[in-house]
Unconditional design. Structure first.
Lengths: 194, 231
């Protein structure tokens, strides 16, 4: 009985750490169907200054994960404006399809191109009726300067997706903590034997 | 006087005509689909298969439904530097590296050709990345529109394996089969320097010029006669 108490006492903090570590290392997955954004002729692309970042493109379709077009609506303007902290507003179809605020806009400079993502909170538009939160993930290319919020640069070939976002636990962390738990059980067993 | 006016109109018309000839087009095909990376005999094969989602400034508008956009490459090198993992790919051994097939019943080949400098890169620990390459067309009905400086850009997301030094399993004994997969959203585009005359505009311009001359001449004559009567 004493042994089980010890195990439980040790396991609870470990389990709490497991949850913490899993959440901390979680990757995100964009759930389809998703809104497809492309930079077409006449679209602004990406412009960043010392005080703001703007993106201009066109929403062209709603797409499923296999690439099939679920809904091919007439071209709708897409725009995003961010401050240097990574917060701002976004709209599709001038807000008729989607209006949202966002936070945690992060840019990753990959040399000659970049990926970006942000967490969305929908504030209006026909797409906002089912889910009030989502995400945007995308990329752009041919940047003229160092890519970071607050830096001056321009880029083109903007490509992005908007949809629901799922948090996926990182499997490696789960396995590490699982093996840790097994180790604790082993220690308890050895103590019992002693 | 009338001859000078006609001459002025013709000059203006020719000027507009030249402007119309210099209208730049940006041929572009966008696609969406799935990618897989497979290991075969300790080497990697990247394969992307999707559908066309839109076209822009293309002379032959493709039938989007049922169309196919596919490309691939054989893993050449991998490297990790400053937290970014990069992989380069060479062309496929058999057949074109990239192929676009129209969604019509005849499965017309819209475009096919080779990719050079195919590069995939992403930040370590991330399941998002980018692909880029130069494209040299070798066939298809849209060959002429992508013949100069065409480039492939793609965004990769939801990859089932995060970027990192061991991402591509190069030279390791993982056996054969799918190593990782994900979604791809991208475009094939030709540069702005491609100048495409717009026949519709030219025809309208020439018609307008001809009709304008027909209308102007009698009015000028009438105006001269009327001014004589007034004086």
């Amino acid at each position: 009985m004493k042994m089980w108490n010890k195990i439980i006492k040790t396991a609870i903090p470990v389990a709490a750490s497991l949850l913490f570590a899993t959440a901390a290392n979680a990757a995100t997955t964009l759930v389809y169907p998703a809104l497809d954004i492309q930079q077409l002729t006449g679209d602004a692309g990406v412009t960043s200054t010392a005080t703001s970042l703007t993106m201009g493109g066109t929403a062209i379709t709603v797409i499923n994960s296999g690439g099939a077009v679920l809904y091919n609506f007439p071209d709708q303007p897409f725009s995003l404006t961010s401050d240097t902290t990574g917060s701002g507003t976004l709209s599709v179809g001038n807000g008729s399809i989607l209006a949202a605020t966002f936070s945690n806009l992060s840019l990753v400079d990959l040399g000659g191109g970049a990926t970006f993502s942000a967490d969305l909170t929908y504030t209006g538009g026909s797409m906002a009726t089912a889910n009030m939160t989502g995400g945007i993930e995308g990329s752009f290319f041919n940047a003229t300067g160092s890519i970071a919020l607050g830096n001056a640069f321009t880029a083109d070939n903007l490509i992005a997706k908007i949809g629901k976002v799922q948090t996926v636990p990182v499997p490696a962390a789960v396995w590490l903590f699982g093996s840790g738990l097994l180790g604790l059980l082993g220690i308890a067993k050895r103590k019992k034997a002693a | 006087m009338t001859t000078i006016n006609h001459f002025k109109s013709i000059l203006a018309g020719l000027g507009m005509c030249l402007l119309a000839f210099n209208v730049s087009a940006y041929p572009q095909l966008t696609f969406d689909g799935r990618m897989t990376y497979n290991l075969y005999s300790k080497s990697g094969l990247l394969n992307v298969e999707g559908t066309l989602t839109r076209s822009q400034d293309i002379s032959l508008a493709p039938q989007l439904q049922g169309s196919i956009f596919e490309f691939g490459g054989q893993l050449a090198t991998t490297s990790t530097n400053s937290g970014v993992t990069r992989a380069t790919f060479t062309g496929l051994n058999n057949g074109p590296d990239l192929r676009v097939v129209n969604g019509d019943s005849g499965s017309t080949v819209l475009l096919e050709g080779d990719l050079t400098g195919l590069l995939m890169r992403g930040a370590n620990g991330s399941n998002m990345g980018i692909l880029s390459a130069q494209f040299s067309p070798t066939g298809g009905s849209l060959l002429n529109e992508f013949v100069v400086g065409a480039k492939l850009f793609a965004f990769q997301l939801n990859l089932t394996r995060n970027f990192g030094p061991a991402m591509f399993g190069q030279g390791e004994s993982f056996g054969q089969g799918e190593f990782f997969a994900g979604n791809v959203d991208g475009k094939l585009s030709a540069p702005a320097s491609v100048s495409v005359p717009e026949p519709g505009v030219l025809i309208l311009l020439m018609l307008g010029l001809g009709l304008g001359l027909l209308v102007i001449s009698p009015r000028k004559k009438f105006g001269q006669k009327f001014s004589h009567h007034v004086s």
